[in-house]
Design a protein around this ligand. Structure first.
Ligand code: NI
Length: 178
């Protein structure tokens, strides 16, 4: 388990289309997942995608089973490893809310996302995942999976009057790692 450097916006490795995983339940995949959890938890992230640590694979993790100090008002999302994800929006309804990203430190922006989605994929053992979710859970999945197609949340912002520094937008929030 190793802390891995998190790439920041501007690094071209964040713009790649990630490769699908073909071999499950391998030492390499388990090591990648454990490095990702260790790195994410070290900086209180809500989620992390493999490209953010320079690994060009379709692997994201999110959730914590407990309240995240960076998002104290957000509901708990189950701890999940999601490989080769596919997202299907359920309806056209969107909702906008604040997002941050470990690759865009110190900033938050208001980002529209689909309200309800179905997502499918696999865990690191190759077992199928198939969930229908809404709200913050749906937002986190859309944000993390965007990293697999080279999209960072600022690319999804429509109203740039709602994009700024966390310390200015949310004074007092414990965002030291942001
Ligand atoms: Ni992110």
């Amino acid at each position: 388990m190793t802390f891995r450097e998190i790439l920041k916006m501007g690094d071209p490795r964040l713009l790649r289309i990630a490769r699908p995983v073909t071999d499950f339940d391998t030492d390499a995949l388990h090591l990648l997942v454990s490095d990702m959890f260790y790195t994410m938890q070290s900086v209180n992230g809500a989620g992390l995608a493999a490209p953010q640590i320079g690994e060009d694979w379709q692997v994201v993790i999110f959730g914590s089973d407990q309240i995240n100090p960076r998002y104290p008002d957000a509901p708990v999302v189950p701890r999940t490893v999601l490989v080769n994800p596919v997202i299907t929006p359920l309806g056209d309804e969107e909702v906008s809310d604040w997002e941050g990203c470990l690759s865009v430190p110190g900033l938050r922006g208001m980002v529209p996302r689909f309200s309800r989605i179905r997502y499918t994929g696999f865990d690191q053992y190759g077992d199928a995942i198939d969930r229908t979710v809404e709200g913050f859970h749906a937002r986190v999945v859309q944000h993390e999976c965007d990293h697999l197609i080279g999209k960072l949340y600022p690319m999804r912002i429509r109203d740039f009057s709602q994009f700024g520094y966390t310390e200015v937008l949310f004074p007092g929030l414990d965002a030291a790692d942001d």
